[in-house]
Design a protein around this ligand. Structure first.
Ligand code: GLN
Length: 565
């Protein structure tokens, strides 16, 4: 029988519940258990697909094409849990299912109410999220205890736990121990208050995870235990991590979290989990041999969460090469207004991420031109790849009117154009080309060398595509189409094959990068930036005098370099 862990949060939002949830999954997997992870989100949107990245951070796309909360990205990066469209349910998705059933007549004769109909549907969603054959289903409840929106979810998990019975369910509650610098002490009162709130709702937390900036004293632990009705061992300190979020599983083991989970869920107490691979990862982050700087030119640059998976994937590449990746976040519009040189000078690589709409596009194109002309490693993702194609068409292939019809519907040369299937699509939610599609990697390209495979499965989220009418002229001008979705003959990857890394992907490789298994494209992009920082970037090309750090000797070595693993 599957056991359940419910992770809730109190006091304030942004306590890192998603990361804690993901870290719990690591601990259980290291004990040989199979887990699933699910996020319940109390907002009314059916999914976050239509929310602004400014509002909600990135939209994380699953293999099966669901647009989900970014916490699911943490789940996949940390664990091996299979994440799919059932892994994220919202108030919106729960209500739309209940309303669909009501219209069908499923509740004939009944008044449809929050309790029991909504709470029953939440429990159905929880059962759907817990995949067959797994030992422990971990369910994170978004929001903060006491929010109006999260009440039905808390009521549903209360009922769910009641049915499962003791030993089969564990309620983990995250709280904050604020530090008051004026009095120089940490406070337990907010924790007592949030646990009181949970108990009013009918849930007695089994394990309290206390987020804090400073160590919790034994006295505080005992005080929290006494006031919150748990044993001292189940009050777990989770301090801010100085170097990387990937330390959290190690910290939790050290604080006895896995012992508490074993006790609460009456799991077989196997040997202590071996986290040596995570130890090694921590070391790679904590003791880098050097630093490189990657410029990220995007539209939603002010909010770190807007490009969460990209930043994480870059850090994975950095850890692989044992180098810290410093980010230079640049607003695309600033490049447009101020020019590329001043803003980008000195960076060792340029990444242009995905995006939507016209704003910032010309700045991205300028930045890409700068990288091409200066032989700086460049990685374009989705809209970034589309901008790379436009730049190449305009400035190299002699197609000055090249554009995307997304920004200029009536442009003379839509080198990026709306997919046939998208014509006439009016609804915005869930209607893009979404999820994993197979891509054939073309032999003899950089892309093939990097992947070391001829077929890859990568995730998409876009409406526009490379326009094949321009394939020939772009290829003649030197651009190589190195990845193709064969079923439709669509170009998925473009590159300049004679460079260590100048590549654009229509898909989002960042969604499949893990700290212990960096995505090959990110691994090699960071590798190319590192080589560039050492003056090993290849020289030559049309702007030889302008190239930043050309070193012809190292260039041939770099060109012949094989992928790092
Ligand atoms: N706006 C572009 C499109 O829809 C790119 C989308 C993206 O970058 N995710 O095709």
């Amino acid at each position: 029988m599957t056991k359940f862990i419910f992770v809730t949060g109190g006091v304030v939002s942004s306590l890192g519940k998603g990361i804690t949830t993901a870290a719990i999954a690591v601990l259980l997997e290291k004990r040989g258990l199979k887990v699933s992870i699910q996020k319940l989100d109390p907002y009314i949107n059916v999914d976050p697909g239509t929310m602004s990245p400014f509002e909600h951070g990135e939209v994380y796309v699953t293999e099966d094409g669901a647009e989900t909360d970014l916490d699911l990205g943490h789940y996949e990066r940390f664990s091996n849990a299979a994440i799919n469209k059932y892994s994220n349910a919202t108030t919106g998705s729960v209500y739309s299912e209940v309303i669909r059933r009501e219209r069908k007549g499923d509740y004939l004769g009944k008044t449809v109410q929050v309790i029991p109909h909504i709470t029953d549907q939440i429990q159905r969603a929880i059962r759907q999220g817990a995949q067959r054959g797994i030992d422990v289903a971990i369910v994170e409840v978004g929001g903060t205890a006491g929010d109006i929106e999260s009440l039905p979810f808390l009521e549903a998990i209360r009922q769910f736990g009641l049915k499962l019975g003791k030993g089969n369910v564990c309620y983990v509650h995250l709280t904050l121990l604020p530090y008051l610098s004026a009095s120089g002490e940490m406070k337990t009162k907010p924790t007592q208050e949030t646990v009181r709130k949970m108990r009013e709702i009918g849930i007695q937390p089994d394990i309290l995870v206390c987020r804090c900036e400073r160590p919790m004293t034994e006295e505080m632990r005992q005080k929290i235990a006494m006031f919150c009705n748990v044993i001292g061992e189940d009050v777990i300190q989770e301090m801010d991590v100085p170097v990387t979020i990937y330390e959290v599983p190690l910290d939790l083991v050290r604080e006895g979290m896995d012992a508490s989970l074993v006790r609460c869920l009456q799991l077989q107490d196997t040997t202590r989990p071996d986290l040596s691979d995570w130890e090694d990862l921590r070391r790679r982050f904590a003791e880098p041999k050097g630093e490189i700087e990657i410029a990220v030119v995007g539209k939603y640059i002010e909010l770190h969460d807007a490009y969460k998976s990209i930043y994480e994937a870059l850090s994975h590449g950095g850890a692989y090469h044992e180098h810290k990746v410093r980010l230079r976040k640049i607003a695309a519009e600033d490049v447009h207004d101020q020019g590329a040189t001043g803003l980008l000078h000195g960076c060792h690589g340029l990444l242009v991420p995905g995006g939507f709409g016209e704003r910032g596009l010309e700045g991205k194109i300028k930045a890409i031109q700068w990288a091409r002309e200066n032989h700086v490693p460049f990685f374009g993702i989705c809209f970034g790849m589309q901008a790379m194609v436009i730049e190449y068409a305009r400035n190299v292939a002699g197609i000055p009117g090249a554009h995307t019809s997304e920004a200029q519907p009536n442009c003379s040369d839509p080198v990026i154009d709306l997919m046939r299937e998208q014509e006439g699509v009016e609804e915005k939610g869930g209607t893009m080309r979404l999820g994993a599609y197979p891509c054939r990697v073309v032999d003899g390209t950089r892309c093939a060398e990097i992947y070391g495979r001829d077929m890859v499965l990568e995730r998409h989220r876009h409406r526009w595509e490379f326009n094949n009418d321009y394939k020939r002229p772009l290829e003649v001008a030197g651009l190589t189409c190195s990845g193709i979705w064969e079923a439709r003959g669509l170009v998925e990857v473009v590159e300049l094959s004679d460079r260590p890394f100048y590549l654009g992907a229509q898909y989002h490789p960042e969604f499949k990068s893990k700290p212990l298994d960096p995505h090959p494209l990110f691994r090699e992009f960071v590798g190319a930036a590192l080589a560039f920082s050492r003056g090993e970037g290849e020289a030559g090309g049309e702007d030889e005098e302008e190239a930043l750090d050309p070193s012809p000797a190292a260039a041939s070595a770099a060109a012949g370099r094989t992928p790092g693993s």
